[in-house]
Design a protein around this ligand. Structure first.
Ligand code: NAP
Ligand code: HSE
Length: 320
């Protein structure tokens, strides 16, 4: 660690990266106190350094390798998203002996083995609490359940689709509700990932992988789109005392785990039926613990920054 504190570099300064940078600007004393040592944001890499941003005064570069090569940086936060160039950058960070913190669920879900192997070989940490349910500490929760046999995991893992369904209940059209979710920073850069279920499938694959202790690839998740939902589906469900929600389910059978994501009708008074906006709900049934529930804001810059900074703080506490 340099005398100026443990250095952090950001790859990406969009909705999530900007919220992380603002948190470093606004609450550095709190972060340092929690970490037990000074932690400092050194620089951020972006696609367009000329773009105006609300991201404190962090220096920006168009060269992500400048972050990987900077000896002042010990922790790289990857919040670019997607697989290319994120995969090579995360693996490059490990090769440069840096810890990696990411919110990139697509990359973690698809490249589980390569990333974990990269971290193992480098003797560095790979942390991704923000990749599932943003602020809700569900990754930590799953890691604490190594002794249980999971039976069913179910819930709302995508904030954008819950937002769309709950806004359609107030009379908004699908397109209006999606536009609102995009403006609020909940949706992915390509919102197809939200409405067609890729995002929920990535998150379900990560949770199943943690519970089973082996990679459960997202192509094993059966996917139905929310795209065809009509106002009449929402009002019809309401007339039956139900709500339409985009549900993720993993059924851990004796022989094989069956996983699916898609729109379903749920009782209006269920936890999922009551969820509105970007709220995520995750319920796990297992043999030792009948029912565990996690819930909270599952999308948005600040909610995601909270989980990312939690990971950074834990690395700072653990590494010399
Ligand atoms: P975003 O707003 O689209 O931001 C992406 C950032 O990456 C932008 O700053 C962009 O630069 C930068 N970038 C793109 N290509 C780059 C490259 N080749 N080199 C360097 N920088 C590059 O995305 P986001 O919403 O912050 O999401 C980031 C990640 O967090 C994704 O993996 C997403 O799935 C995940 N996540 C998002 C949320 C959420 O609520 N938004 C919640 C949890 C997890 P420019 O600004 O110059 O274009
Ligand atoms: N697009 C994602 C969602 C962001 O709507 O849940 C949080 O992962």
């Amino acid at each position: 660690m340099s005398s100026r504190g443990l250095g952090v570099g950001l790859l990406g300064l969009g909705t999530v990266g900007s919220a992380v940078a603002r948190a470093f600007a606004d609450r550095s004393r709190r972060i340092d106190a929690a970490a037990g040592r000074p932690v400092r944001l050194v620089a951020a890499a972006v696609r367009d350094p000329q773009k105006e941003r609300d991201a404190g005064d962090v220096p920006v570069t168009a060269d992500p390798h400048a972050i990987l090569d900077d000896p002042e940086i010990a922790i790289v936060i990857e919040v670019i998203g997607g697989t290319d160039p994120a995969r090579d950058l995360e693996l490059g960070a490990f090769e440069s002996r840096k810890h990696v913190v990411t919110a990139n669920k697509e990359l973690v879900a698809k490249e589980w083995k390569a990333l974990h192997e990269g971290a193992r070989l480098a003797k560095r940490e790979l942390r991704f609490e923000a990749a599932v349910a943003a602020a809700v500490p569900v990754i930590a929760g799953m890691r604490g359940l190594g002794a249980v046999r999971p039976r069913v995991l179910r819930g709302l893992l995508n904030g954008t689709t819950t937002y769309i369904c709950s806004r359609m209940e107030t009379g908004k059209s699908f397109d209006e509700a999606l536009a609102e979710a995009m403006a609020a920073g909940y949706a992915e850069a390509d919102p197809t990932n939200d409405v067609d279920g890729h995002d929920a499938a990535y998150k379900l694959s990560i949770l199943v992988s943690l519970l089973e202790g082996r990679h459960f690839h997202p192509y094993n998740v059966r996917r139905m789109s929310l795209r065809g939902i009509a106002a009449s589906d929402v009002s019809g469900a309401a007339a039956r005392g139900a709500r339409v929600r985009y549900l993720a389910v993993a059924d851990f059978g004796e022989k094989a785990t069956k996983a699916r994501v898609g729109p379903e009708e749920l009782p209006a008074d269920s936890l999922e039926g009551q969820a509105t906006g970007p709220t995520n709900v995750i319920t796990l049934e297992s043999d030792l613990v009948p029912r565990l529930v996690w819930s909270g804001p599952g999308a948005g810059g600040d909610a995601t920054a909270s989980a990312i900074l939690g990971d950074v703080i834990q690395i700072a506490q653990r590494s010399a």
